[in-house]
Each structure stands twice: as C-alpha cells, then as structure tokens.
Design a protein around this ligand. Structure first.
Ligand code: ADP
Ligand code: MG
Length: 475
C-alpha cells in the first residue's frame, strides 16, 4: 500500500467529484484504486480495458487538470488494468499513457511476425537456428476460461476445452472441433484453451491463426516458391488452433496442405483445435478425407445460451467493467437479445455509453430503446444473398444449384422457399427478388410465394422446412 499515492488520488477524486455527475462518478471513478506514485507519475488501477478506454475518451481532461493541480505540470498518469488472467511473466497490461498513444494498450498485435516484410528476411519461414525459434502465439489473453461462463449451451465444449488445456495432445479430443453459430463464443473458447496451455506449459509452441490467414499464407508461399518452408513451419508447432475452418471450403490446395500438416501433428501427439460455423456433417466442399480427420476427435457444439446463462454473462461483464446496473434492466436485455452473445454485450455497452454520455439514468425505457435498435439492425442485415445461403445450406446444396434451371423437385422447392423468405424478410420487389435468385421474373416469384403458402398448410414435412428456416433466419 502506498499512502502517498492514495492521498494524491483522493485529492484528485474530490476535485473530480465536484465537477461531474454523481452517477458518472460512481460508475467510473469509485472502482479505481491508486496503486503507486513514483516521482510525478501516479498509477491507478482500473477494472478492464474497456474501462480504461472509456476514461481516456470521456474524462481525460478532468483527469489531467486534477493531476496537474496535485503533481504539477509534468504530472503523468499510468493505468494498470486489472485482468483476471495474466499469463507467463510478461506484463503487457501496464502502460504509460501519453493520451495520444491510446492504441498502446490494444495489446494484441494481430500480424503474424514471420509475415513481416523486413528486407533481410528473404524467406519468411526460414528462421535461423530453428530449434530456438520463438513463435508468437497470437493469443488474446483477455479471452480466458474464467470469463467464459458455463451454461447448458456450452458445457461440453467448455469442459472438453479445459481437458485439452490440461493435457494437450494427451486426450482423445484430438482434434477438438468447436462449432456453432455467429457470436456464440468459438473464438473466445479457442483462445482460452491456448492461453491456458501457455500458462501451464510455457515451453510449448502454441499458434492461433484464422483459416483465412492460413490460406493467405499458403497462397503466398506458393507464389514465393517456399511451400515446403510453410509446411515445415506448421509442423513444429505443439498446439495448432485454426479458427473458422469453414473458410477452407472449396480451397483444395489449402485443404491438401492442411491435411499433411494435420497428419504430421496428429501422429506426433500434437494438439489440433479447430472451430467452425457448422458441424462436420454439414460442411460443404471440404474433402472427405479431411472431414473424416475432423471426426477423429471430439466435435462439440456451442448452442445459443439460455436466459440464465445470458444473465450471468452480462453480470460478469458488468462486474469486470466495474459498472453497476439494476437487475431488472439486465434481465430485460437478456430476455430480448437471445441469439448472439456478441450482440448481448454490444447492447449493454451501448446502454452504458448512452447513459454516461448523455448523462441519462439507466432506465428500462432507455434499455428498451437500445434493445429495439439492436433488434432492428439485425433484421435489416438479412439480405437475399444471406437467405439463399441459409436455404441452400439447410438443404445441403450450393447456391448455384439452388439458382439453376433444373426442375428437380427438391431443388425447385428450395428455390421457392428462398423466394418466399426474400419476400418476407426484405423490402425487395418481386422483380428484384427474381433477378437475384437465378434470373427469374416477378411472376415466378409470386407463384413461389403462393406455392409455399399452400404447401405449408397441406404438407407436414414442408411446414417443418418453413419453421426450421424461419428460426434460422429470424435473428
Ligand atoms: P464466435 O467466434 O463464435 O463468432 P466470439 O468468440 O467472438 O464468437 O464471441 C463473441 C463475444 O461473446 C465475445 O466477446 C465473447 O467474449 C463473448 N462470449 C461468448 N460466449 C461467452 C460466454 N459463455 N461467456 C462470456 N462471454 C462469452
Ligand atoms: Mg469467431
């Protein structure tokens, strides 16, 4: 404990308190602790990165004025972010803040280091003294198991992740494939596994990479004639995490090279973790031999969280951000935003922002406004392309087939359903729907809509199609 730091800070607080709204003071300043004073630099500890960004954005002036009063013109403020999860012995969370340099804290540099274009490294994959190579794992330490709340919707995946992290390569969950819809936590969980492994086994080489970036690297390596180095690079990794493998659909070259890397890693007891937006059985344009490898380990689904889990996710987030909010408001938000955790978080952040920025109290009616906006925005996102994709995925055909001229009954039905939903969920005219779904005219679309109406009242199987698809499309 440093008394001087605390007395300086309490003088600052007294000044700040006099100059801002009580609610804002309570939300943004009470949770702060003063931790250190060295020379004219005061370190304060804040609950999260979000909190820090918020202070920098809204209160940097008053902080500066108050600190100058206490410590003179050269006063400096240092933020320490209290993280639930620090790993290794790096301390990336302590940062001096020249307020011009806010990005300093956005700690994860996403560019893979061996991708760097430094002129002396002609071949980016060959690194001198390969045994001592240190590969940056590209993990985001703020994604941990601890802040990945458990519920029925994710219990299997989360616990399988923990098992893998305890014994990478040493469980039957190899590969571990995590699949589920957008915003349900696949990326979070994938990072959490990697972060935990790094924590427990600092000597292991862990690499997180998106399938998209992996593909890009592969294409570059072919262009630059160093495909073997690319393969070699991936073969020395102990824990390989590839996010969004559905991106490999149709990319046969990349699939091929991944197949070889996968086999090598697997044979050598290395751990592979994959995420995907669909289950292996529903993946299209992925080679059979690769799909069968995916099924060797465990496929665990992330489902949409139930109400209780949504409430705990929100409460945990608010707690970490040091924000208090009445239960009925949290419950209101959790009740109305159901299908996507990212949006759930987004809504709560904009609620905090709105109330703090416009100095409004957080009330149910403010929550209503914000939730409505979120729900509306998501509705607007449904495009005819998206509808065609969802419908063709559902019937396990590709969009070209859905649009083709064929008269095969199941394809015609899929096409008619796509037209029906395009009419229902978009503002597009019949003519424009027709032209986007396989160059048909408006009469065809009209006919499709009528057919779907008829069939769904007479044909039980068909009604199930309509219901399933409505669920998939109504976000
Ligand atoms: P995906 O990769 O499946 O699209 P993300 O991993 O990006 O989803 O998750 C979206 C957001 O939701 C992230 O901010 C993540 O931290 C949060 N999130 C998802 N599931 C949970 C959970 N069970 N507990 C806490 N936060 C979660
Ligand atoms: Mg993701």
């Amino acid at each position: 404990m440093d008394n001087t730091a605390q007395s300086v800070w309490s003088n600052c607080l007294a000044f700040i308190k006099d100059n801002i709204q009580p609610q804002a003071y309570k939300t943004w300043f009470e949770p702060i602790d003063a931790v250190k004073l060295s020379g004219n630099a005061l370190s304060i500890q804040v609950p999260s990165k979000f909190f820090y960004e918020w202070l920098e954005e809204h209160y940097v002036k008053i902080l500066k004025v108050s600190l100058n009063k206490e410590l003179g013109e050269d006063a400096k403020l240092v933020y320490v972010i209290r993280m639930e999860n620090t790993y290794g012995n790096k301390q990336p969370f302590t940062e001096k803040i020249p307020s011009s340099n806010r990005s300093a804290l956005k700690s994860q540099d996403v560019d893979v280091p061996f991708n760097n274009k430094s002129p002396e490294l002609k071949n980016p994959f060959i690194i001198p003294g390969i045994r001592n190579v240190k590969i940056e794992s590209q993990l985001n330490p703020s994604y941990s198991f601890e802040n990945f709340l458990e519920g029925d919707s994710n219990r299997l995946a989360r616990n399988a992740g923990i098992a893998v992290a305890n014994k990478p390569g040493g469980t039957s969950f190899n590969p571990l494939l995590i699949f589920g819809g957008v915003g349900l936590g696949k990326t979070h969980l994938a990072h959490a596994i990697g972060v935990d492994i790094k924590d427990k086994y600092p000597e292991k080489t862990v690499l997180y990479i998106s399938a998209e970036k992996f593909t890009q690297q592969y294409i570059d390596s072919v262009k630059k004639n160093n495909r073997n180095d690319f393969i070699h690079f991936y073969q020395i990794i102990d824990v390989l995490i590839i996010d969004d493998v559905q991106f490999l659909s149709g990319k046969t070259g990349t699939q091929d090279v991944f197949f070889h890397i996968f086999n090598h890693l697997h044979q050598n007891g290395k751990q592979v973790i994959l995420t995907s937006d669909k289950a292996p059985v529903d993946m299209q344009d992925i080679e059979q031999r690769l799909l069968s490898r995916f099924k060797w380990g465990l496929s665990a689904e992330l489902q949409t969280p139930d109400f209780e889990t949504r409430v705990s996710i929100l409460k945990n987030k608010l707690y970490r951000d040091g924000v208090e909010m009445p239960d009925d408001i949290i419950e209101y938000v959790a009740k109305h935003i159901k299908s996507n955790v990212r949006e759930l978080e987004g809504a709560i952040i904009s609620l905090i922002a709105q109330s703090s920025f416009n100095k409004k109290e957080i009330t149910i009616s403010l929550a209503k406004d914000i939730v409505e906006k979120f729900v509306k925005n998501t509705k607007r996102e449904v495009s005819i392309d998206y509808i065609q994709k969802v419908v063709s995925d559902y019937f396990q055909m590709d969009v070209n087939t859905l649009q083709s001229k064929t008269r095969k009954r199941h394809i015609v039905q899929a096409r008619q359903l796509a037209m029906f939903f395009a009419k229902k969920y978009t503002k597009a005219s019949l003519a424009s729907i027709g032209s986007q779904i396989g160059q048909r005219d408006h009469a065809t679309v009209l006919h499709a809509c009528k057919t779907v109406d008829n069939l769904s009242s007479t044909d039980k199987q068909f009604r199930k199609y309509v219901e399933d698809l409505s669920k998939k499309l109504a976000l």
